[in-house]
Design a protein around this ligand. Structure first.
Ligand SMILES: Cc1cc2nc3c(=O)[nH]c(=O)nc-3n(C[C@H](O)[C@H](O)[C@H](O)COP(=O)(O)OP(=O)(O)OC[C@H]3O[C@@H](n4cnc5c(N)ncnc54)[C@H](O)[C@@H]3O)c2cc1C
Length: 245
């Protein structure tokens, strides 16, 4: 095993949507996995005589479990997703981490726009207790916008909806790129998630934007927001780019 990696046992997995599966791993060396909500773990494999890895955001909320959970979307012909979808409880994988700086920082009073496509919403699930804590302080609000194909592909919507019902400082919106059901609620709409910005009147003086998931969504959002005066201080992003090997 390479330096700084640790063995992970796959404990169980569950179907989250017709396509996305959530996997729970436990460190087999029984060492703790300490991470900050929003960070990711790397999984490592041998491939054609060399080592390769893929990154997955941690779904688990820190301090709630010793499990490291990830949500994986299938990629046709994908190397790592092929390996992951074939895992059975008890199978081992090599892991490393945590990595990443896509974490919720406590800014002066502001509106957080938390934007994701697909499994890009997992960091926000992990951050939920942090978000809730921040919203308890005066002046902070948050709007979470998730883009998926249709209602069946929604991820963690119940948890986000619950928070939205508890406080009017938090809003959850779902955007469906393929089809809007006839019984759509007021928090559901049709279209690409980045096209929601216009209706939110983003303001670089008062908003901090987090973007996670599909690289095209992230790039398009950044372009739109730059035109409105946003810069590196107000934009935080995690692109789910595929590794090159
Ligand atoms: C920081 C970070 C966090 C990530 N977190 C997650 C996560 O939480 N959940 C998750 O499912 N993925 C996540 N990813 C993406 C993940 O790391 C892999 O890239 C993904 O699972 C595909 O790996 P693969 O080996 O199966 O595909 P590959 O074998 O690398 O790719 C096979 C082919 O599919 C194309 N391809 C790769 N990904 C996609 C895609 N998404 N859509 C369309 N075509 C694609 C490639 O260009 C290539 O042609 C994250 C990536 C990063 C950088």
């Amino acid at each position: 095993m390479a330096a700084n990696t640790f063995p992970l046992t796959m404990v169980h997995s569950v179907e989250l949507t017709p396509t996305v599966r959530q996997y729970a791993f436990r460190r087999a060396d029984r060492e703790p996995f300490e991470f900050t909500a929003g960070q990711f773990v790397n999984l490592h494999w041998d491939r054609d005589g060399h080592r390769t890895h893929r990154s997955y955001s941690v779904v688990t909320q820190p301090g709630t479990s010793d499990l490291i959970e990830i949500a994986v979307a299938p990629v046709e012909g994908g190397f790592a997703t092929g390996k992951l979808f074939a895992l059975r409880p008890g199978d081992m994988v090599e892991g490393s981490g945590p990595y990443g700086r896509f974490v919720l920082r406590e800014d002066p009073p502001c509106r957080y726009l938390l934007v994701a496509t697909g499994t890009g919403v997992t960091p926000y699930h992990s951050m939920l207790p942090d978000i809730q804590k921040l919203l308890g302080k005066p002046g902070h609000t948050a709007e979470l916008m998730l883009g998926v194909r249709n209602r069946q592909e929604l991820l963690y919507a119940d948890a986000f909806r619950r928070l939205a019902e508890q406080t009017d400082r938090f809003t959850f919106r779902a955007c469906y790129s393929r089809e809007l059901p006839d019984d759509a609620a007021d928090w559901e709409s049709k279209g690409y998630v980045q096209h929601q910005f216009a209706g939110l009147n983003p303001d670089a003086e008062h908003d901090i934007v987090y973007l996670c998931g599909n690289p095209n969504m992230v790039d398009e959002s950044v372009e739109l927001l730059k035109e409105r005066g946003f810069g590196v201080r107000q934009l935080r992003r995690e692109k789910y780019l595929s590794a090159r090997n």
